[in-house]
Design a protein around this ligand. Structure first.
Ligand SMILES: Cc1ncc(COP(=O)(O)O)c(C=O)c1O
Length: 443
């Protein structure tokens, strides 16, 4: 039996630079090393480079610590960005029916196509990419996060990566895991091209100052800033990628939250994108499938690596080797989402969360904060200039019993901001508003 101890050998305290004093410090840059071990296997050293834990488990840990210290506190989470509302009926019924069908000889099915059921691929292509993407260019999966990780495995080591700063931490963390970065220098990882997105540049990076990389991760509407890129901006981005021969991974997980008619809902609306862009998307925030798990990734056949080989063929190889198809029950739910009744329910859910976002945004605006996002995305990005965002996070938790997400967890340029998620019941959102106003309304 391996004897693991908590004695840390060669592990340094992570520069969680603005760690609040009151909370116990357990953040270490690498997991505790072993003093004695049966294993003679060396650790993947890239894991030692990662910062503390993944952002959201770290927030959950701090929430637990707060709850232990204040057992009666009714904590409201506007933190992780997890959906809260029940599955719409038509969609839930479709899955219940599929599950019941599996209990019959006629309705039973085993392994399915790794790429997803034909009918679902057809429906995704025709619903979201009419005239732009063919059904066999859509690969159904267990979610976007998983696809991003699999994409990294497909890209392989020795690839240079650019990502918006701030952005969904998975792009950077999986790049670190792949060994495609240096170490953390206290601000960010050496080797990552951070594309700074702040109010000063309207949350769109200065591409003239962006170094060429092999891969560019770009998320619109952006998590966490809530900024959606306009058609003009996306044309610049596609041109930049084409000029540099870079592969763009476009994360459209929140595309249906876009209201602004000048912001495309898919990168394939931009001419020339089909030769350089992969798009990933998900039912998680559209239909409340965060726990159900269903997403998809589009890999156009026109995408070719430098040697002329097909990216589509490699992704097909990737999915057939490293994935075994999304659950058949869940795919029935996905197909239901794309029927007229399901689409109506899905948009109803999205609109509900969008209303929450409006309520939160208005609240912060009324209190005099600089607040961004919340119109084309379920996230509100609130500025606390000059204040470290982990301190703001701790203060809001302490004074309001509300969990937010510290902006610096999304990248160096997130410092001085916190993200409030609009995923919550209306009662919780209204109660959060009341508490925010009580604490920050009179300042
Ligand atoms: C930008 C972005 N992409 C992808 C994901 C993950 O989606 P999924 O639940 O499909 O893995 C999230 C989840 O929060 C996200 O914010």
């Amino acid at each position: 039996m391996a004897l693991l101890t908590k004695q840390s050998v060669g592990c340094t305290a992570a520069p969680l630079r603005h760690k609040p004093q009151r909370l116990p410090s357990v953040a270490v840059r690498c997991a505790a090393a072993t003093e004695q071990s049966v294993l003679k296997v060396s650790r993947n050293e890239n894991f030692g480079k990662l910062q503390a834990g993944y952002l959201f488990p770290e927030i959950a840990r701090r929430r637990r610590a707060h709850q232990e210290a204040h057992p009666d506190a009714q904590i409201i989470s506007l933190g992780i960005g997890d959906t809260t509302e029940p599955l719409p009926q038509y969609i839930a019924d479709a899955m219940a029916k599929a599950a019941a069908g599996l209990g019959t000889r006629e309705g039973y099915s085993g392994y399915g196509a790794e790429q997803g059921q034909g009918a679902l691929r057809e429906a995704l292509a025709s619903t979201f990419y009419p005239g732009m993407v063919a059904a066999d260019e859509v690969f159904v999966s267990d979610g976007s996060k998983c696809d991003i990780s699999r994409l990294q495995v497909m890209f392989g080591a020795d690839k240079s990566i650019a990502a918006q700063d701030p952005s969904y931490p998975v792009y950077v963390d999986t790049t670190v895991m792949m060994g495609n970065t240096g170490t953390h220098n206290g601000t960010g990882f050496d080797g990552i091209e951070y594309m700074v997105c702040t109010p000063e540049n309207n949350f769109f990076p200065d591409l003239a100052k962006t170094k060429r990389t092999d891969i560019i991760f770009f998320c619109s509407p952006n998590n966490p800033t809530g900024a959606a890129a306009t058609r003009g901006q996306l044309k610049q981005l596609v041109k930049f990628a084409r000029d540099n021969g870079s592969l763009l991974v476009y994360d459209a997980a929140y595309a249906l939250y876009i209201s602004n008619p000048d912001c495309p809902k898919t990168i394939y609306e931009i001419e020339g994108a089909d030769e350089i862009a992969i798009e990933t998307c998900s039912f998680s925030k559209y239909a409340g499938f965060t726990g159900v798990r269903l997403g998809w990734t589009v890999v156009p056949k026109k995408l070719r690596y430098a040697d002329g080989s097909s990216v589509h063929a490699d992704w097909n190889r990737m999915m057939t080797t490293c994935f075994n198809g999304a659950s058949n029950i869940v795919q029935a739910g996905g197909l239901a989402c794309l029927q007229p009744e399901g689409l109506k329910e899905m948009y109803g859910l999205i609109n509900f969360y969008k209303e929450n976002a409006t309520i939160l945004k208005n609240t912060f605006q009324e209190m005099g904060f600089s607040v961004y996002g919340g119109e084309d995305a379920p996230y509100v990005w609130v500025g606390f200039p000059g204040k470290p965002s982990w301190d703001v996070f701790a203060e809001i938790l302490e004074k309001c019993n509300i969990v937010t997400t510290p902006g610096s967890g999304f990248g160096p340029a997130g410092e001085g901001f916190v993200r409030a998620s609009a995923f919550g019941s209306r009662d919780n959102i209204m109660e959060a508003v009341r508490r925010f106003k009580e604490v920050y309304g009179k300042q």
